[in-house]
Each structure stands twice: as structure tokens, then as C-alpha cells.
Design a protein around this ligand. Structure first.
Ligand code: L14
Length: 330
């Protein structure tokens, strides 16, 4: 692409959408024209971007008749399911934040530090992985390349911002002593809910299955065994994850620390004797994935334990989307 693209942001008024605009602004993403679209409910509201006011347009089947080059979608699964193919059919490159297209074989699932080359074969839609998957695979990829991975066990501690405004409200109200349950079936303050997204017949939640299947797709290896337990915790921003990995090959813990510290998008944060390890409150607002508590799992051959934390709305959604959009204009 030689000229600057015409850019559309679809769903700019939610938690991810607002951060998407912020990240586009921070990274000075180049564009000729910017169109901001949302459902009829938010249409007509004014959004300020780089000091200029934009009126939010209603997303319709005709929205992409304009000469739009790239559209960043963060408007939920059903909107993406309907409108991403319409946009793609009109020649728009869609970067989609919902879970609608991630496991579709015709759609690349991209984390720029991990598999940037996948963008090339897109047929109009590129999918942004689930927030919990993104931060995990940024760390898994260099380890996979060097040592091979047999099995991964994920246990997550996920922030309420992933649920959007209602989740944030439930925690705010809960901390004031009001047990509101707008977002969750139980109060979130003072609780851990082993329940993210809905339950499937196999006993797992959709969030758990997303982590399992997306990890295999992104690392292009269906032989990796993956299991997951995803838990909502009373934290506003940043998902934390305990990741247990069993490698094919032997390793030295010090080599792993060095490898991760040198890998793209990762900050090593591992000095437990001085109380230094990745923390949700410290990673909130940042774009890197933080890793610490790196230690051998003595219960198996070639096993390791890691603690991985990242801002779920930034690296887990908005920043990753903008990084994909940057690959599109390279
Ligand atoms: O699949 O509630 O993109 O924290 C991301 C947020 C699923 C739910 C996705 C949450 C959603 C998740």
C-alpha cells in the first residue's frame, strides 16, 4: 500500500474500541480518512481523535461502499459474523477482535511477535486471538522453537475489564459493599469465579477451549497437548496466568530467562527474593508481556513453571490489532 489507507474503526465506544483509538493515536497510525462506526445505539455520538471530532456513523450493509482499505472491528461476535464478510467482499482488509472467525481455516490468527507472516495469505479477514491466548503465545513461541513443547497447563486469573463496562461496574460496586451481579452470575468482589464465557457440554468454558484451540492454531501444531482453567478474579486490568510447560528437550533455567528476555514483546521481571515478579497493577497500561517466577517443575522431565501478566485490553486486544494493521501497510 503506497498511499495512506482509509481506515474504519467499528465499535469504537466499548472498552476495547476506546483503547483502540488511543493506541492508534499513540502509535501515530497513518490514514487518509477515518470513519468511526457503531451500532444504531451509539450512532450520532461524538468521538475525539487527535483533537478532531468524529460523529459515530451507524454500521449498515452499505457502510463499506465507501473506499475503505482497512477496518478494525471490536463490536462483538454477532456484528463481526454479519459485517466482516460484507466488508471483505468489498475489498476491505478486516482485523477482527471477536471470537467469530478465529478458528476458521480461511482466516489467519495473528500475534505479530509470533506469526506475522500469516497476514500475507489473508482473504479479507484477519483475526485477533483471545486476550488470554495472546499473552501466552508471545512467551510460548521462542520456547517452542528452541525446546519443542509436549504439553501446556494454563491457569488464568482474569481481569473484569475483559467483560467490558458491566464487569468494571460490578467490581467497583462490590468494593463498596454492594453485591451487584450485572456481568456475572455471582458477586466478583472477594471472589474467584471459575467461569469465563459460557459452559460447553464437555465441561469446559468457551474461554478455556479458545485458549486450547488457538494455541495449537497459532503455533501450527495440533500435537501440543493443552489444558486450561480460566478464572475471573477481582482485578480491574491485566490478566495473570500460571503456565506449566513440558518440553521435548532438556533445558537450563538460566537459558530460558535469557531467551525470554531477548524475545520480542517480552519483559523479564523475575527477582523474587526482592519481591519482583509481574503484577497486574504494574502491567496495566503497558504493551509488553511480563514474565517471572521462572522455575523448574521437578515433578516431570523437562518441565517449567511461569507467571505471565499483560494488559488484556492493550496487548490482549487493542495493541495487537493495531500491530496487525501495521503489518498490513508494511
Ligand atoms: O473471546 O470476558 O475475545 O474476559 C474476550 C474477553 C471473551 C471473554 C473474547 C472476558 C472475549 C473475555
Amino acid at each position: 500500500m503506497n498511499k495512506k489507507p482509509n481506515l474504519a474503526v467499528v465499535g469504537a465506544t466499548g472498552v476495547v474500541g476506546r483503547t483502540l483509538l488511543k493506541v492508534l493515536e499513540e502509535r501515530d497510525y497513518p490514514f487518509e480518512n477515518l470513519y468511526i462506526m457503531a451500532s444504531a445505539k451509539s450512532a450520532g455520538t461524538v468521538v475525539t481523535f487527535k483533537g478532531k471530532d468524529y460523529i459515530v456513523e451507524e454500521l449498515t450493509e452499505n457502510s463499506f461502499d465507501k473506499p475503505i482499505d482497512i477496518a478494525l472491528f471490536s463490536a462483538g461476535g454477532s456484528t463481526s459474523e454479519k459485517f466482516a464478510p460484507i466488508a471483505a467482499s468489498k475489498g476491505v482488509a478486516v482485523v477482527d477482535n471477536s471470537s467469530a472467525w478465529r478458528m476458521n481455516k480461511e482466516v489467519p490468527l495473528v500475534v505479530p511477535e509470533v506469526n506475522p507472516e500469516e497476514v500475507k495469505w489473508n482473504k479479507g479477514i484477519i483475526s485477533n486471538p483471545n486476550c488470554s491466548t495472546i499473552q501466552a503465545v508471545v512467551v510460548l513461541k521462542p520456547l517452542y522453537d528452541k525446546y519443542g513443547i509436549k504439553r501446556v497447563i494454563y491457569s488464568t486469573y482474569q481481569a473484569v475489564s475483559g467483560t467490558g463496562v458491566k464487569g468494571i461496574e460490578d467490581l467497583k460496586e462490590g468494593l463498596k459493599g454492594n453485591g451487584t451481579t450485572k456481568a456475572y452470575p455471582h458477586p466478583i468482589a472477594g471472589n474467584c469465579l471459575p467461569h469465563i464465557d459460557s459452559f460447553l457440554d464437555n465441561g469446559y468454558t468457551k474461554e478455556e477451549m479458545k485458549m486450547i484451540l488457538e494455541t495449537q492454531k497459532i503455533l501450527k501444531d495440533d500435537n501440543i497437548k493443552v489444558t486450561a482453567t480460566t478464572v475471573r478474579v477481582p482485578v480491574f486490568d491485566s490478566h495473570s496466568e500460571s503456565i506449566n510447560i513440558e518440553f521435548d528437550k532438556p533445558f537450563e533455567v538460566e537459558d530460558i530467562k535469557k531467551l525470554l528476555a531477548e524475545s520480542p514483546g517480552i519483559v523479564l521481571c523475575d527477582d523474587p527474593k526482592n519481591n519482583v515478579y509481574p503484577l497486574a497493577r504494574e502491567t496495566a497500561g503497558k504493551d509488553e508481556v511480563f514474565v517471572g517466577r521462572i522455575r523448574r517443575d521437578f515433578s516431570v522431565d523437562n518441565g517449567i513453571n511461569l507467571w505471565v501478566v499483560a494488559d488484556n485490553i492493550r496487548k490482549g486486544a487493542a495493541t495487537n490489532t493495531v500491530q496487525i494493521a501495521e503489518l498490513l501497510i508494511k
